[in-house]
Design a binder for this molecule. Structure first.
Ligand code: SF4
Length: 93
């Protein structure tokens, strides 16, 4: 999926949450202590099969979620993605 600057600005409608594969999961799984890959891997494996992964990631980008796993990405991965999107936008303008 290719994200654009608008993905950082617009939240998807909330209905995606109804299909979240993590519904009912332990919060600590998705908001673990630490950001190392082995710590976030269990949550990311659930995200991998989630039907609303893209909406979830867009929500996290639009609302600047700084903690936890959203849309299959850890917080550091989302920070890098946000930087790439903004850099690409800057170069294009
Ligand atoms: S992508 Fe991951 S965090 Fe987002 S709704 Fe799906 S399972 Fe939950």
């Amino acid at each position: 999926m290719v994200f654009a600057l608008n993905d950082l600005l617009f939240e998807p409608e909330d209905s995606w949450r109804d299909q979240a594969a993590c519904s009912g999961s332990d919060n600590e799984l998705f908001f673990p202590v630490g950001e190392d890959e082995e710590v976030v891997a269990p949550a990311k494996s659930i995200c991998a099969a989630c039907p609303v992964k893209d909406d979830c990631l867009q929500y996290a980008l639009a609302t600047n979620q700084t903690e936890g796993v959203w849309g299959g990405m850890s917080a550091p991965e989302r920070r890098r993605l946000r930087r790439r999107i903004r850099d690409r936008q800057r170069r294009a303008s």
